[in-house]
Structures are given as C-alpha cells and as structure tokens.
Ligand binder design. Structure first.
Ligand code: ATP
Ligand code: MG
Length: 495
C-alpha cells in the first residue's frame, strides 16, 4: 500500500449562524495516499469546500471545529500554530480555488504575484536547516501523534460503550447495578490501556526527542559553517575584484571589473536567499510549465489581460511555487467553458504525475471525476456516504445517492441529463434523523428515517453507508439508467 500523506479522522465542523448551529461537516474520515487523486464529489452545500478549508486552516471565523483531527506528517493540522507549520515547510499543501479572479490581486502584475509567493520562502539557510532536521522532527512528532490517536480511539470506544450501556439500562435495580459495574470495569481497563500506551510511546518519544536535539544542534552548526564559508569566499573574491578595479587602466577594464563585482554580489546573495532575479527566472520556468505562452511578455501583465483559462493556469503556477506535496483543487474548472476545462484537467493531471503530487480534487461533476480520480468519496449533507476506488464507484455503486448522481451525469451523446435528482439537499441547521438522503430516495425504508446507517464494507477499499446493505433489507437493484450505462461503458472498454 502506498504511503499515507494525509489522514482526516472523524472531522466535525459547525458554523454559528443567526438561525442556529449549522452542521456542515459531520464525522468525515478519509486518507490520502502518495501520488493519488482522491475526488470528493457531491451536490452544492454537501461540505466539500469546508472540509478542504479545514485542511488548509482557512475556515471562516464563525466555524467551530467540534471534533476530529487532520494528521499531516505527524501533526494535527487543527492544532499546530502557524509558526510550527512553517517548521515542516518544504513539504506543503497548496490549494486552487474555483474562481481564479478571486485568488488573484487585480491591480498587481502577474509576475509580481508569482515571485512574491516565492520570496515568502526565500531564506535558503532556513530551508537548509529545516531540511536537515525534517526526518527526525517528523519521526518524533509522528510518535506522539500515534500515541494520541491510539488513546483517542480507545476513549471514543469507551464513550460509545458508556452511552450504549446507559441507554440500554434495565428497569430493575440489579440490571442498573450490573451496568454500572460494567462501566466501572471498562473505565478501569481504559485507564490501564492509556497508561500502558503512554509508557510504550513516551519511551520512544523521549529517545527520538534526544536524537532530534542532537540533529538540531548539528544542523545549526552545519548551517553556520556553510554561511561562514560562503561569506569568507565572498570576501576573498571581493578583495581580489576590488584590487582589479583599482588597478584597471582603461575604461573597459574598469567596467569589466565593476560588472564582475556586481555579479559576485548577486551570486553571494543567491547562496543565502532567493534573489529577485532568481525568483523571476523560476517564475518564468513555472509559467512555462503550466502552459502560458510567451511568459516573458505575460510576466508584466495584469490579471484582466488574461483569459479565464490562463488565469487558472496562473493560480496553479502560484500554488506550485511552494513545491507542495499535496494539491487541493476545489472545483478548479467550474467557471470555465468545456474545452478550456478539459485543458486545465489535463494540465493538473500532468503536473501531478511530473511532480509526484497527491491530489484532493473537489467537484460536483462525476464526468470530471471519471477523468481524474483514483479513488472517490461521495459526500452528502456533510457526510461521506460512499467511498471506493474509481472503478468501484462507477461500476459497482451501492448508495442510492451515488446512483442518483450517476443517473444525472449528462449523456455523452445527447448531453442531456437523464434524470435529475428529486428534491433539494436538507437544511443543515436541522439535519434529518437517520439517513439524510432518505426523503429524496425512492429506496428509503422505515429505518432510514430513524437511525443513521453505519458503513457497510464491500471490499477492502469500498464502503457505503446505506441500510440497503443490511442483510435484513430487501434486495434492491440499482436504477436501470445506471446499470445500462455501466454495461455500455464496460462494453466500450472491452472493444
Ligand atoms: N462561514 C459560513 N457560515 C455559515 N455556514 C457556512 C459557512 N461556510 C459554509 N457554510 C455552510 O456549510 C455547508 C457546506 O458548505 P460547503 O461550502 O462546504 O459546500 P460545498 O460542498 O463546497 O458546495 P458547493 O458545491 O456549492 O461549493 C453549506 O450549508 C454552507 O452554507
Ligand atoms: Mg464548494
């Protein structure tokens, strides 16, 4: 199995609004593996953007993170301070939004916007230091995170057990006493587990911390040594060049010496930080990488001088300046017309491959998903209702909401929507009881209005939260439109 680069666990996000608490994200969990594209798909308001904003740490002020964690390189991103986040920089998360205009400053030239993003991370000595300590730092933080997650998971199990036992408490005194005793026992077991786990991990964590301290010390020395060496070389060179300048007899010799001095200064600066000249060189290279023709000329233009597709390329270029490891794309092509959309999708796919990025791709369009996804998470009313590999979701969908989405993809030939999803998404201030999709689903059973369905496992990679998968449920076939389409596309594939 590929390396896990990001892990979202039981994320719960609410918003304070004038009308009450809006439940935008309700217990969302998913992993992102290295090099893959995970598509999150769902109707408007299902919580896709809120989830991605939580990962980026850019939630609106009225957001309340009511539970869960987002683990990246051993850190819970919901807890790290800005400064701490920068310590792990170099391995980062970039984001591309739906509307390129809103992510660009209309009155600043494109070139400046790209280089500014680079100059933010211009301190090469700092980068060097971070690189030197990064492995040990991550190993140490990982150990602590693993410990906290292990304990957290057990604690949640305990809480669930207590809630269940209390709910099921019998009428008789004996039964109540027995339940209480059981809870006491479970609590004691948890305490013991917590102590053991702490002991087990804290030993390792101490050991790793010690190693980290050593590494930090060494890294500091190494960086200082590098700086000293570069500086002394520079001084020697400058002395030599200055002498050359004083000795210069002719105007040409003088000019040549002056040029060499300027060059040496520039090179010296470059060794310590990214200079404006280097930033420009890199910006032009990235502009070329994202397919902007004539980058030298375009460098000095303003956003309004670019077409929508070109603007989105610029936004992608800016996201790439930080050399991210994860790229989150939130409906990056919704505002573009179809041909341009295809080009941008192709560009994102290409960059992802070339740079070995892991990608979270958000869209409401299953047609786009088909072009992008390795795996798919289908979101409805703040929950993931089904997830699986792209093949599992397209050829073996199980949740009625996934069926509805699949039925509503425009047909390739007629471009018509075959079947619109009836009804509208629920008001998330009062999310429905049970399966939130039930009111819109012709397959709904009584239990769907009462109790939330758990995830039923269909394969190691495929899960769906619908009571239809319960063994007591009647056997239900997916809608004809969906099965027909699957048949057609499978037929086409084997041709
Ligand atoms: N700052 C906020 N205050 C109150 N409610 C919010 C806020 N931001 C988002 N919401 C609500 O949270 C829910 C999820 O919104 P989100 O933006 O994640 O939807 P989405 O799936 O990205 O939809 P779309 O496809 O329209 O972009 C919606 O009901 C939305 O109205
Ligand atoms: Mg959105």
């Amino acid at each position: 199995m590929a390396e896990k680069v990001l892990s979202v666990n039981n994320l719960v996000i609410n918003f304070k609004t004038d009308n009450g608490i809006l439940k935008a994200v309700r217990d969302v969990s998913f992993d992102l593996y290295k090099g893959e594209t995970l598509c999150i798909v769902g109707e408007s308001g299902s919580g896709k953007s809120v989830t991605s904003k939580a990962i980026m740490g850019i939630l609106a002020n009225n957001a309340i993170i009511a539970g869960g964690n987002i683990i990246y390189r051993g850190e819970n991103l919901l807890e790290v301070s800005e400064e701490e986040f920068y310590k792990i920089r170099g391995h980062k998360i970039g984001m591309i939004f739906q509307d390129p205009l809103s992510s660009l400053n209309p009155i600043v030239r494109i070139g400046k916007q790209i280089t500014e993003a680079m100059l933010l991370n211009a301190d090469k000595l700092r980068l060097m230091y971070n690189d030197l300590i990064s492995d040990d730092l991550i190993r140490y933080k990982n150990t602590l995170a693993k410990m906290n997650i292990a304990i957290d998971t057990e604690r949640k199990k305990l809480d669930a057990f207590i809630a269940e036992t209390k709910a099921a408490e019998g009428q008789t005194k004996e039964q109540t006493a027995a339940a209480k005793a059981l809870i006491r026992q479970k609590k004691a077991e948890f305490k013991q587990f917590e102590q053991q786990t702490r002991a087990q991990y804290e030993g390792k964590a101490r050991e790793y911390k010690e190693i980290l301290n050593q590494t930090e010390k060494k890294a500091k020395e190494q960086v200082a040594e590098y700086k000293a060496q570069v500086t002394s070389e520079h001084k020697a060179k400058m002395a030599e060049l200055k002498q050359k300048l004083t000795k210069a007899a002719t105007a040409e010799e003088k000019a040549e010496a002056a040029r060499l001095i300027a060059q040496e200064k520039d090179e010296f600066d470059n060794k310590l930080s990214i200079t404006k000249a280097e930033a420009k060189r890199r910006a032009l290279a990235i502009m070329k990488e994202v397919g902007i023709p004539e980058p030298e000329r375009r460098f000095n233009q303003y956003p309004f001088e670019f077409s929508g597709g070109m603007r989105q390329r610029i936004v992608i270029a800016i996201a790439l300046t930080a050399s991210p490891e994860i790229l989150i794309c939130d409906e990056p092509t919704t505002a573009l017309d179809v041909t341009i959309q295809a080009q941008i999708l192709e560009l994102i796919n290409r960059i992802k491959q070339e740079r070995q990025l892991s990608c979270i791709f958000i869209t409401h369009d299953l047609g786009v998903v088909a072009n992008m996804a390795d795996r798919v998470a289908v979101m409805y009313a703040g929950k993931i209702v089904e997830y699986g590999t792209a093949d599992e979701i397209f050829y073996d969908p199980r949740h009625p909401y996934t069926w509805a989405l699949l039925s509503s993809i425009p047909d390739v030939d007629s471009k018509e929507k075959l079947e619109a999803i009836p009804g509208t998404p629920p008001n998330m201030i009062y999310p429905p009881k049970g399966d939130a999709f039930a009111v819109r689903s012709k397959y709904a059973m009584n239990i769907d209005f009462e109790e939330e369905p758990p995830y039923f496992k269909l394969s190691d990679t495929h899960y769906a939260a619908t009571w239809l998968l319960d063994e007591r449920a009647p056997k239900v076939e997916m809608p004809k439109i969906v099965s027909e389409r699957i048949k057609i596309s499978l037929g086409e594939e084997s041709k």
